[in-house]
Write a protein that binds this ligand. Structure first.
Ligand code: 13P
Length: 250
């Protein structure tokens, strides 16, 4: 049985004050959604505060990115071992904003996935097609290629502790959610690609959906057979909304 995971990707939002308040709100309601695992992904500079505030709670945290390198002359980058110093459980790799705005190729993303695993961080591998790609009918080819790059570098066993997030680019921050059937179709495709190499492991990997998830649409999405939670952007900045999404997964 896969425990659902509802993860808040705060992106480049928040301040020391707003984050304290947001976490207070989430902590206040967390016990009511304990069937679901909750995780938050703050900007790097707030990880220390988040760690202090969440220490001893049921909520875990992670980073939005990491360097593929463990240390060295890489100005402005943050390495996996540093994230361990702040108690991160997870790290996002290959978010579409990293792929499109910062030129992260499938190979770079695969190396980041490897760098995370090497230091015991659970990678959340983000995959997803653009609107143009969907309209061209190449969604599965694109998502399959993104997944395959990691399988080629790290092998199927590397997914034992990993999470996958399917985030159609056209649904991110647009208010336009994939229908539950559209999402389920891609989730099933992802699981089948893993199952071709290891059916048991594939049945255990959590695949999250991301893209305009809100309290009002989470129930339908999280009810689908291969949707094991949500990677939530905008709505994760509001404690009530974030908890409503988690509630939908209980
Ligand atoms: P939104 O929920 O704001 O659409 O963002 C989704 C996302 O990119 C999460 O990683």
């Amino acid at each position: 049985m896969r425990r659902k995971l509802v993860a808040g990707n705060w992106k480049m939002n928040g301040s020391a004050g707003s984050i304290r308040e947001l976490l207070q709100g989430i902590l206040a309601g967390a016990s009511e959604v304990s069937a679901v695992e909750l995780a938050v992904f703050p900007p790097f500079v707030y990880l220390d505060r988040v760690a202090q505030q969440l220490e001893g709670s049921s909520i875990v945290w992670g980073a939005q990115n990491l360097s593929e390198h463990a240390s060295g002359a890489y100005t402005g980058e943050v390495a996996g071992p540093m994230l361990n110093d702040f108690g991160c459980a997870y790290v996002l790799v290959g978010h579409s904003e990293r792929r499109t705005l910062y030129g992260e190729s499938d190979q770079i993303v695969a190396r980041k996935f490897a760098a995370a695993r090497k230091v015991g961080l659970k990678p959340v591998l983000c995959v997803g097609e653009t609107l143009e790609e969907r309209e061209q009918g190449i969604t599965e080819a694109v998502v399959g290629r993104q997944l395959q790059a990691v399988l080629d570098l790290e092998g199927i066993s590397s997914f034992a502790d990993a999470v996958i997030a399917y985030e159609p680019v056209w649904a991110i921050g647009t208010g336009r959610t994939a229908t539950s059937a559209q999402a389920q179709e891609v989730h099933a495709f992802i699981r089948a690609q893993l199952a071709a190499q290891d059916p048991v492991l594939a049945s255990q990997v959590r695949i999250l959906y991301g893209g305009s998830v809100k309290g009002s649409n989470a129930g339908e999405l999280l009810a689908m057979a291969d949707i094991d939670g949500g990677l939530v952007g905008g709505a994760s900045l509001d404690a009530k909304e974030f908890l409503a999404i988690a509630k939908a997964g209980c």
